[in-house]
Design a protein around this ligand. Structure first.
Ligand code: 3HC
Length: 692
């Protein structure tokens, strides 16, 4: 290609000519975010194309892993810099010469809006197109809500903007978003396409398309809201995205973009957007290991061993199989092994029946599984994860056997959710190879992975576990050793206070409702019924020391028995239980607890503020590397509403001083179990935040 006209080195945008096509190339790693410099570069490039008579068409393309992945999120919250993205897109669209977007990787957010401003879009078949702004608490704010429905249709625009889920290039082609899919090298094809269309007039400008937004049945919007009501619960951004797309069907483009701007600003200045943008970076930060010695090289993991083919072992195995990593799974009896592998196959087939996997992919995954009763078979594995009964003696016995048969350098991981990794490690001859890999149930679905770093865990073992976590599409977070690590440890004070509240006069429904209204998927008692009230029960029906013991003794083990804190019908719909109410009242009387009216504020202070207090202890003890890691654990492991950012971000929005005030109000009632975190008191006193 000839006639290179490089921009000054500060600009990520360069131009060069190929024949009569001006190639505009972005090189702004890692994701070609549309920074101020990139936006200015695009404006300059279009001006150059207009000024140069020999230029007959323009191609906009990106180097590196992706087409523009969106606005530069790091610029959010800072004073806006010209040119604004909406202006840039308008300038591209107004160009008097055809402009072709050459899309590879992820054309996301503002990136897709730039592509929509182009007159034509050519894409690599593996490209993804999306408007994930809703996941940052926003909507596409550079004309995207008005152009996308005009190009791709209202239904597609609704799905893309309000859910934030991307579509593939082929689907984009089918809905009109992509004009041509090209196999092989993208840029030469895009240039050839530009040459093909160079003389076609009038230029197709998406803002002027009216066909797909005229005569749209208004019921489309209510149907869409109804179908997605559960998914959108509590979130502001989906509704505003829907509203913006609806406006595209009601108003001319020029008015629609003004409404889009208003809705965008309403979202941008709200707490939810701040929380969701914070969370975007929190998730990425969680992958980073503090104090990792420079030059640490991860170990090579070619085969994984899993001990136990129960629900947990099976779920864990599926993660690796789906990522193409062979798994040897060991059980003690043939029946349990067959049952376990059968469940795995059934789960895969269920995914395939929903169209999210092909039959070939199911067979490929299951083909990587080696079920066996022979423990020695684990000798060929590079990482072995035990998912056996949660008991220290049992775990130590398993690790002792592994110590003898595992190959040198194999990583030995425990899926324990509470137990002391240091004690397990100290019981064998290679403590440096031991790490915790705490998956959350159902392990093939839940995104969170707590990677527990023992005192002796080697840096390369930790790095391997973290990187592998990412490879199997989990969100791995480093945790230190303590009872329950980050997530389950924070559950404990919540559970203690929730149970005490019952004795003092609250009902399970009232406590659960307060949590659901806050945005949690369920409250503590609904969660107990789902997980099993009998978890951790001593199994002696004559030993009744608390409400839980009393429920277990009469077989009220939760949903699986049709009764727990609630009664359940055959469709597992809960209703309050008079039996449980009587048990609670009897207990309160026996223990001399005075019953009174409990307000929702007290429930929040005693269950949620105590979690913040525990989170602060986890931080001050160095169990979590940073406050944002605690938030990642709670959003991905327990469904903390992302629009509240996680417990520590939420604490900052309430104010650590207010949290302390609330806890002081409740302190007497929460004794003797409760004690203040020094860090929380310190933050409150100094007026500091946890999350910066
Ligand atoms: N702005 C600034 N930085 C970004 C960014 C963005 N839009 N997108 C990603 N990054 C950064 C990440 O923080 C990360 O930085 P780090 O290495 O320092 O941690 C780095 O780029 C790599 O990101 P990932 O680790 O996420 O890389 P992946 O390869 O796993 O994923 C991706 C790439 C799919 C592009 C993913 O990063 C992503 O989804 N990014 C966000 C896309 C997005 O939300 N776009 C919309 C922005 S809002 C907008 O455009 C508003 C407009 O409508 C006006």
């Amino acid at each position: 290609m000839t006639d290179v006209r490089e921009k000054p080195t500060t600009s990520p945008i360069s131009t060069r000519k190929h024949g009569d096509v001006l190639i505009v190339l972005s090189n702004n790693p890692p994701v070609n975010a549309l920074s101020t410099a990139a936006r200015q570069g695009l404006v300059d490039a279009i001006a150059e194309a207009e000024a140069d008579e020999s230029v007959k068409a323009v191609v906009i393309a990106c180097e590196g892993q992706t087409f523009f992945a969106g606005a530069d999120i790091t610029e959010f919250g800072k004073p806006p810099q010209n040119p604004w993205l909406p202006q840039v897109v308008d300038i591209i669209e107004a160009c008097s010469k055809p402009v072709v977007a050459a899309i590879h990787g992820t054309a996301f957010g503002g990136g897709l809006e730039v592509a929509l401003g182009c007159h034509y879009r050519v894409a690599d078949p593996s490209a993804k197109l999306g408007t994930p702004e809703v996941k940052l608490g926003l909507l596409p704010g550079a004309g995207g809500t008005q152009r996308l429905p005009r190009v791709a249709g209202v239904r597609k625009a609704l799905e893309m903007t309000a859910t934030g889920n991307p579509i593939g290039a082929r689907e984009g082609f089918e809905c009109g978003l992509i004009d041509r899919l090209v196999e092989g090298e993208l840029l030469p094809h895009a240039v050839a396409y530009a040459e093909e269309v160079r003389d076609i007039r009038p230029l197709p400008r998406s803002s002027a398309f009216e066909e797909k937004v005229g005569n749209v049945d208004p019921a489309v919007f209510d149907d869409f809201r109804r179908d997605n009501a559960r998914k959108f619960r509590g979130l502001d951004a989906p509704e505003k995205n829907i509203e913006a797309v609806r406006i595209a069907t009601q108003k001319p483009y020029t008015e629609g973009v003004m409404d889009e701007r208003r809705l965008f600003m309403e979202l941008m200045t709200g707490t939810q957007a701040r929380a969701q943008q914070y969370f975007f970076f929190a998730e990425r930060k969680a992958a980073k290991i503090d104090n990792l010695p420079e030059g640490t090289v991860p170990r090579d993991i070619k085969r994984v061993g899993v001990i136990g083919a129960g629900t947990m072992g099976g779920g864990i195995s599926m993660n690796f199989l789906s990522a193409g990593i062979p798994v040897t799974i060991v059980e003690m009896g043939q029946e349990a092994l067959d049952r376990g592998t059968g469940v795995m196959r059934k789960n895969y087939e269920a995914t395939a029946s929903k169209g999210r996997m092909t039959t070939e992919q199911v067979e490929k995954a299951m083909g990587l599984l080696k079920p066996t009763l022979d423990f020695e078979a684990l000798g060929e594995c590079d990482l072995i994860i035990e998912a056996v009964y949660e008991n220290m003696d049992v775990k130590k016995e398993v690790f002792g056997r592994l110590d003898k048969i595992a190959k040198p350098g194999a990583i030995l991981a425990s899926n324990t959710s509470y137990l002391d990794i240091n004690e397990i490690a100290a019981s064998i001859s290679r403590p440096g190879d031991v790490v915790g890999m705490h998956f959350f149930s159902p392990a093939n679905v839940m995104k969170l992975l707590e990677v527990v770093r023992g005192d002796k865990t080697s840096p390369d073992v930790l790095l391997t576990a973290m990187q592998l976590g990412k490879k199997i599409r989990k969100v791995p977070v480093v945790a230190g050793v303590c009872h329950g690590f980050i997530g389950n440890r924070m559950l404990m004070p919540r559970q203690v206070e929730a149970t005490k509240l019952l004795l003092e006069g609250a009902t399970p429904e009232q406590v659960d409702r307060a949590h659901v209204e806050f945005g949690m998927p369920m409250g503590p008692f609904q969660m107990a019924d789902l997980a099993g009230v009998d978890i951790g029960w001593h199994r002696d029906p004559n030993r009744i020391e608390n409400v839980r013991d009393a429920l277990c003794a009469i077989d009220r083990w939760g949903q699986k028995k049709g009764a727990g804190f609630y009664d359940y019908d055959e469709k597992r719909r809960p209703t309050p239980s008079p039996v449980v109410q009587k048990i609670i009242e009897d207990f309160a009387e026996k223990q001399g607890v005075e019953r009174r009216q409990i307000g929702d504020e007290e429930i929040v202070e005693r269950t949620l503020y105590t979690m913040v207090n525990e989170g602060a202890k986890i931080l001050e003890e160095g169990i979590a590397q940073r406050a944002s890691d605690i938030d990642v654990v709670w959003v991905y492991g327990y469904g903390w509403p992302v629009y509240r950012g996680g417990p520590m971000f939420w604490a900052d929005t309430v104010g650590p001083d207010k949290i302390v005030e609330g806890l002081k109000r409740q302190e007497e009632r929460m004794k003797p179990e409760f004690s203040f975190s020094k860090l929380l008191l310190d933050k409150a006193e100094k007026g500091e935040r946890f999350t910066g």
